[in-house]
Design a protein around this ligand. Structure first.
Ligand code: HEC
Length: 133
């Protein structure tokens, strides 16, 4: 085979491989775990402030009016789906871990670092009120 055809066939063979690797990177979302120092962060805020309003504006489209992860936008999203805040899986996390996830986001979950820290902690406190609901 001439060098041209050889390199062309290698390039063609690489296309599906690259496509597959891209899909694997996007879909290989294992468990989402916060770093240890984030998990250990103490919640300095009491009460929920205006969290309900903030959540209605920013989160309900995905997480649903009752926080079960069933907002109108959730159906269109590929897995992992928006978290169910009432679930044992979410409620078993420390305040610091939930705060960190809200701040940093992952995949379809946007980062919310632009919300003041106080508001992010109030959101954590609000999510706590949904335990088992
Ligand atoms: C565009 C859709 C979307 C919006 C808007 C959104 N989320 Fe999410 N959220 C997600 C998705 C998807 C996940 C799951 C991410 C994953 O597991 O990789 C998630 C996960 C989470 C988790 C992690 C739960 C856990 O313990 O793993 C928390 C907490 C959370 N969202 C809070 C919020 C808050 C608070 C807001 C609003 C300020 C918000 N989300 C807005 C899509 C969204």
């Amino acid at each position: 085979m001439s060098p041209f055809w050889k390199s062309l066939s290698i390039a063609v063979a690489a296309v599906p491989l690259l496509a597959w690797a891209g899909v694997a990177v996007v879909s290989a979302q294992g468990p989402w775990v916060a770093p240890a120092d984030a998990k250990a962060m103490k919640n300095p805020v009491k009460g929920v402030g205006n969290a309900k309003k903030t959540i209605e504006t920013n989160c309900v489209s995905c997480h649903g009016a009752s926080g079960k992860g069933d907002g109108p936008a959730a159906a269109a999203l590929p897995p992992p789906k928006p978290a169910n805040w009432t679930s044992a899986a979410v409620q078993s996390h420390s305040d610091g871990e939930i705060f960190w996830k809200i701040s940093n986001g992952r995949g379809a979950m946007p980062p919310w670092k632009h919300l003041p820290e106080q508001e992010r902690w109030e959101i954590v406190n609000y999510i706590r009120t949904l335990k088992g609901k």
